[in-house]
Design a protein around this ligand. Structure first.
Ligand SMILES: C[S@@+](CC[C@H](N)C(=O)[O-])C[C@H]1O[C@@H](n2cnc3c(N)ncnc32)[C@H](O)[C@@H]1O
Length: 392
């Protein structure tokens, strides 16, 4: 591909990503992966260059751009090397027309920037959400130990007992240690949260929003497979990834339960009032993971945020039904918005008299409302909110 053809390809990919964000469709990384799957002839240099162009444009444009071309013109406005490629050459973008729209730059749409600020984030904290995230790994304590494991590259030891950090883009999936289940890719924040959960060996633990099992596997490793772990989710595709991942990791997951949204207790009724602990890693905007999915801010609007808050309350209410008297619930979101964090706790306590919030001990982060918050700027983790709740 010529450099100009890469710019044109980036424009077309951005058009798809913008449409998908508006329609709450597939995320950018999946769209890019599908694009290259259909173009196997594209070399690794082209792939890297195209990806970089697309993500530069996404990071640069806070509000949803009117088009992929407008987004790339915004990049061109800051980078002469890109601007000169709008030259009308074969397969390249047409020259810029007089008065042609250029996408607005900024960290986030106005309403969202205001909501972030109202959630206690300053300019530096918000800017850090747009930086490239490093690659964190959790050494799987069921099969290995960080102190003794030799990997192709030396990682930086992290605050989590089995955490190691590598530069962004390190191809750990190609390592033998990954294929053999000795390491998992997992952000430091997730690792610290699992370490802080008030659980012990012998407990019955429901991971109510288990997804592909990131935290489920970390829990099984922390408890050395000596707990009864039930992984549930409404997403068949995500939950389907759990069994092969657990097998690779040697992690014992006792039950995997696919839930019908709105009728979750039909599948979980047998566990009602029995769990020692329910982990609610709730669906959210993912504002804490914008370093990895910066187009997430194009997906969010006040209506979507309100829908997510309802869902968060709903899964918390389910957890309250599942836990035994005196048992506990942890509420986690990978968001920095109070609406998806601190605000959910008083709302829960108002609906569930007798319950109380309980502090969790994390080595990084700071208190936010009745819970705790981690953020990229201060802690070098993805952004998370976590709070403990204790049943009467
Ligand atoms: C933040 S993700 C979970 C990530 C996962 N725990 C991990 O560590 O990799 C939230 C999950 O909640 C699930 N979800 C959405 N609605 C739900 C519901 N009503 N009951 C249970 N899970 C739900 C989504 O399918 C999604 O997988």
């Amino acid at each position: 591909m010529t450099p100009a053809a890469r710019v044109q390809a980036a424009i077309e990919l951005l058009d798809t990503i913008i449409a998908s964000a508006r329609g709450k469709g597939a995320p950018a990384d999946r769209i890019i992966a599908d694009y290259f799957r259909a173009r196997r002839y594209a070399g690794s240099k082209d792939r890297r260059a195209l990806r970089d162009l697309v993500y530069r444009a996404i990071r640069l444009c806070g509000p949803v751009p009117q088009s992929g071309r407008a987004a790339m013109l915004a990049v061109a406005g800051q980078d002469e090397a890109v601007a000169v490629l709008f030259d009308g050459s074969a397969h390249g973008p047409a020259p810029r027309a007089e008065g042609e729209p250029v996408a607005k730059t900024g960290l986030a749409p106005k309403w969202l920037a205001a909501t972030l600020r109202a959630s206690g984030l300053g300019g530096r904290e918000i800017a850090a959400l747009m930086e490239r995230a490093p690659l964190d790994v959790r050494v799987n304590a069921l099969k290995a130990d960080r102190a003794a494991l030799v990997l192709p590259e030396a990682g930086e030891p992290l605050a989590a007992p089995q955490g190691l950090r590598f530069p962004s883009g390190t191809q750990v999936e190609a390592w033998e240690a990954y294929r053999e289940g000795l390491i998992e890719v997992q952000d430091l924040g997730s690792q610290l949260i699992v370490e802080a959960l008030p659980v012990g060996q012998g407990d019955t633990i429901i991971d109510l929003c288990a997804g592909g099992g990131g935290k489920t596997l970390a829990l099984a490793a922390r408890l050395n497979n000596a707990a009864c772990i039930i992984a549930a989710d409404t997403d068949k595709r995500r939950l389907g990834n759990l069994a092969p991942r657990a097998a690779r990791a040697g992690a014992a997951v006792d039950h995997t339960v696919l839930l019908d949204p709105g009728r979750e207790m039909r599948a979980l009724g047998g566990f009602a009032g029995k769990a020692d602990h329910v982990l609610v890693d709730a669906p959210c905007s993912g504002s804490g993971t914008w370093r990895r999915s910066p187009e997430g801010r194009w997906r969010l609007d006040p209506t979507e945020l309100a829908r997510l808050n309802q869902l968060q309350d709903h899964v918390l209410d389910l957890a309250a039904q599942l836990v035994r008297p005196g048992g506990s619930v942890s509420f986690v979101t990978c968001s920095l918005l109070d609406a998806e964090g601190a605000d959910r706790i008083p709302a829960f306590l108002a609906r569930h008299p007798g319950w109380r919030a309980e502090a969790l001990a994390l080595p990084l982060g700071r208190a936010r409302g009745a819970g705790w918050r981690l953020d990229p700027f201060h802690d070098g983790t993805d952004g998370f909110f976590v709070a403990g709740l204790r049943s009467p």
